[in-house]
Design a binder for this molecule. Structure first.
Ligand SMILES: Cc1ncc(COP(=O)(O)O)c(C=O)c1O
Length: 135
């Protein structure tokens, strides 16, 4: 099962990190997401074989065999150029350090929104509050 966690980096459902529930978790790091590298994303997998396949797929099928130069590298599948640049990787590492702070800010915003809805006169909105949908 592929778990689309595009928006949910660092979030949890029933105390389990999003992206770790399925066999494979995908994350988007575009400019609107929880953390960003401008564009790009991340894939995580429990099974090392699936992870190796995903790594090769995003890099023209290269298996990045350390005993071979790049131009003689082994390939058992085709792939695309979905590589993230080193600059984007550096931005991503800096963003990761802020992840807890960003999530805490999202949680504060969620609490504020819920509180404002509770204080509102709209019964329709109040009936739609979901408080146990994860964090
Ligand atoms: C639920 C969901 N999945 C996947 C994507 C695609 O992410 P990306 O544009 O980084 O490929 C998005 C983008 O907004 C999304 O909202």
């Amino acid at each position: 099962m592929i778990e689309d966690t595009a928006w949910g980096c660092g979030g949890k459902y029933d105390d389990q990190y999003l992206g770790t529930i399925g066999d494979l978790g995908t994350f988007s790091f575009d400019f609107a997401k929880t953390i960003t590298t401008g564009e790009g994303g991340m894939v995580i997998a429990k099974d090392p074989l699936i992870l190796e396949a995903a790594k090769a797929y995003h890099d023209h099928g290269h298996e990045n065999n350390p005993s071979l130069p790049r131009w003689e590298d082994s390939r058992s599948r085709s792939g695309f150029n979905y590589r993230m640049t080193e600059m984007q990787g550096a931005v991503g590492l800096a963003q990761l350090e802020k992840l807890d702070e960003i999530i805490a800010s999202h949680q504060r915003n969620k609490e504020t929104i819920i509180q404002k809805i509770k204080e509102s006169r709209s019964e329709n909105l109040k009936n739609r509050i979901i408080t146990n949908a994860g964090n």
